[in-house]
Design a protein around this ligand. Structure first.
Ligand SMILES: Nc1ncnc2c1ncn2[C@@H]1O[C@H](COP(=O)(O)OP(=O)(O)OP(=O)(O)O)[C@@H](O)[C@H]1O
Ligand SMILES: [Mg+2]
Length: 326
């Protein structure tokens, strides 16, 4: 496989389980086995270079855990991540993360110039101080801020400008891959579009690859090439963005899109939520979606479904064939 064909990232059978805190008595005296939160439970995906791969799903389904593993903030319990060989110096350095709350991720006591210059210095990316300052000013310009902003502190900026600062800081490390976990959800609606446009411009200018996580489905549709729908730690459907939104196949994807009023299809009927989201500590047996699923049958209660292909879509559903024919 040539370097160009190689995906920027291939994830194979990734799981991340967290042990639940257990009392000393339960562990030492009663010898109870520790229980696990299966935050991510066996997911695989590949992200072609220069494209955007989105993960959507309800709160707690494991999106941020995937993001944290991709940038190396969390080790997987099982599975492997393969990053394409590139100009980066170390696997982790090639990926950078943009967080939901830019204020929390920026040191409030540092001037913006120092915040942006730090990765350049840490990684030794510039020859000397003059070059570092020039690069830092260039990054401010790239994200739509000015050179004079270098001397100001994070609290002097609006939420959108702070997110621009985080993006400049992420770019300072010369990443090939950006993980954006709810990058606009703390921002005003009008500002959200500006940040999404900035991310899109950076992708086309710098050839960046994105893993994009958002609750905002219209933003996901706007920016993504492919979308994976997660439910209780697993991917239940993955397809090109237009397929997901125009022809959702998995009953959960249909529910997820139907449960968002007015954004995409205001005329679409809303499907009521039958059951609360089950816990990843004791997920239902079989297909974990079966307690909420209108198609659930004995088959669904008995075993987890394998992946099946319907055109460009991959779904995990025992009733994939009927869905395809309907
Ligand atoms: N460090 C941890 N220790 C124990 N449990 C964790 C830890 N991190 C995440 N979890 C659990 O793993 C599950 C997935 O969490 P995660 O933050 O990945 O969800 P999410 O999809 O990002 O949700 P949201 O949309 O609310 O951000 C949740 O049940 C969460 O409580
Ligand atoms: Mg999250």
């Amino acid at each position: 496989m040539s370097l160009d064909e190689q995906p920027a990232l291939a994830a194979s059978d990734i799981a991340c389980w967290f042990p639940l805190p257990q009392s000393w008595l339960d562990r030492a005296v009663f010898g109870k086995p520790s229980r696990m939160v299966k935050a991510v439970d066996g997911i695989s995906f590949a992200i072609p270079r220069g494209t955007t791969f989105a993960i959507v799903g309800e709160s707690g389904c494991g999106k941020s855990t995937v993001a944290r593993m991709v940038v190396g903030l969390q080790d997987p319990t099982r599975g492997t991540f393969d990053f394409a060989a590139g100009r980066g110096r170390k696997g982790r350095l090639r990926t950078q993360m943009i967080f939901q709350d830019p204020f929390a991720s920026l040191n409030p006591r540092w001037r913006v110039g120092d915040i942006i210059a730090e990765p350049i210095r840490e990684l030794g990316l510039c020859e000397d101080t003059r070059e570092t300052v020039r690069r830092m000013h260039g990054l401010l310009d790239t994200v739509g801020l000015g050179s004079r902003d270098a001397g100001r502190y994070p609290h002097e900026f609006s939420g959108g400008q702070r997110q621009r600062i985080s993006i400049a800081r992420a770019l300072a490390a010369e990443p090939e891959f950006l993980v954006c976990d709810e990058p606009t959800s703390a921002l005003d609606v009008s500002v959200q579009a500006q940040i999404l446009n900035l991310l899109a411009d950076l992708q086309s200018d710098l050839g960046l690859t994105y893993l994009f996580i958002s609750h905002n489905l219209s933003a996901v549709r706007h920016v993504s090439d492919r979308v994976a729908v997660m439910y209780l730690g697993r991917i239940v459907e993955e397809a090109p963005a237009d397929e997901i939104f125009d022809r959702p196949r998995h009953p959960y994807t249909k529910f997820l899109l139907g449960s968002v009023p007015n954004l995409l299809h205001p005329d679409r009927e809303r499907i009521p939520v039958a059951v609360d989201l089950p816990s990843p500590i004791s997920p239902p047996p079989g297909c974990t979606y079966h307690p909420r699923c209108p198609l659930a049958s004995d088959l669904c209660r008995a075993g987890a479904p394998e992946a099946s292909r319907l055109g460009a879509t991959t779904i995990r559903c025992h009733h994939a064939r009927e869905i395809h024919l309907s």
